[in-house]
Design a binder for this molecule. Structure first.
Ligand code: FAD
Length: 248
């Protein structure tokens, strides 16, 4: 399990003020930033006399590059993306559309096709994407919308005002394995924010801390997990025909 080092005791940490900090720049964090940006654009169009700024909205992503920690899948069910960015297919990195699907039971020498494809494995009309490339593209959209994505910055601790989350401390840089400063040490920032949104994915470290501190899991269904095995195959080009398509 990945855990963050305890930030060092630094009396004068650099500070930043923020309106909103989104911790985690995966699909959820990027989608959140884009939706927030759309709300602000809508507000500013209706109320030009009280414009809202996006200048102090930040996405913190611990990977050095957006998308770098997004390695799963993926088959994209495009419904949510259609709502978020209608017509996204024309510019998003999509490898192919699923046009047929089947489940085969493989033996050493033969294969048997299932008579039906179970619903969870039916992906007709969905898109085959590299989630890594897709999230990188979403990050570009977020930045183009005027929201800053800080890559290489992990939220390492939540800041509290009593029981209220009041910001995020980013990780210290230049710390050795014994949690001691190296010559290139740089303290993390204390980002004081009006709103902190945790989009760390499953079992995020700050999320777990907050769930425990505020007992947020009380009366809630526990998170559930499944263990699966995924195998990547390199198949000869003639064996498959991914056709890029922008129409559904
Ligand atoms: C093997 C596998 C295959 C999958 N296949 C598919 C599929 O085909 N189709 C599909 O729709 N879904 C698939 N999923 C599910 C999909 O990957 C997740 O639903 C999706 O990635 C969740 O997005 P997220 O943004 O919530 O979290 P994540 O994708 O986990 O992103 C979280 C991001 O936050 C960053 N982060 C975490 N903690 C911090 C912190 N403290 N500070 C700063 N940054 C932080 C991480 O680096 C990461 O970039 C698959 C999942 C797995 C594991």
């Amino acid at each position: 399990m990945l855990t963050f080092r305890t930030p060092l005791e630094i009396p004068d940490r650099p500070k930043m003020e923020a309106d909103v900090v989104i911790v985690g720049g995966g699909p959820a964090g990027m989608a959140c930033a884009l939706r927030l940006s759309q709300f602000i654009d809508e507000h500013n169009a209706i109320h030009p006399e009280t414009p809202l700024s996006k200048e102090n909205i930040y996405v913190l992503e611990k990977a050095r590059e957006a998308g770098q920690h997004c390695l799963s899948g993926a088959i994209l069910d495009p419904r949510a993306m259609h709502e978020l960015l209608p017509g996204f297919e024309t510019e998003a990195p999509i490898e192919a559309m699923v046009r047929k699907e089947a489940v085969h039971f493989l033996t050493e020498t033969r294969h048997f096709r299932f008579p039906v494809t179970p619903p969870p494995l039916q992906d007709h009309g969905n898109y085959v994407i590299s989630i890594n490339r897709f999230v990188k593209w979403m990050a570009e959209k977020v930045e183009a919308a005027g929201i800053t994505v800080f890559t290489g910055f992990a939220g390492s601790e939540l800041l509290y005002d009593g029981n209220k989350v009041a910001g995020v401390r980013t990780d210290d840089k230049g710390v050795d394995k014994k949690n001691e400063k190296k010559s290139n040490f740089e303290p993390g920032y204390d980002i004081h924010a009006k709103v902190v949104i945790l989009a760390e994915g499953t079992r995020g470290s700050l999320t777990k801390e907050l769930i425990t501190k505020l007992d947020l899991a009380r009366d809630a269904n526990p998170q559930t997990y499944g263990v699966g095995v995924k195998e990547l195959w390199n198949s000869p080009p003639a064996a498959s025909s991914p056709a890029k398509s922008s129409s559904r």
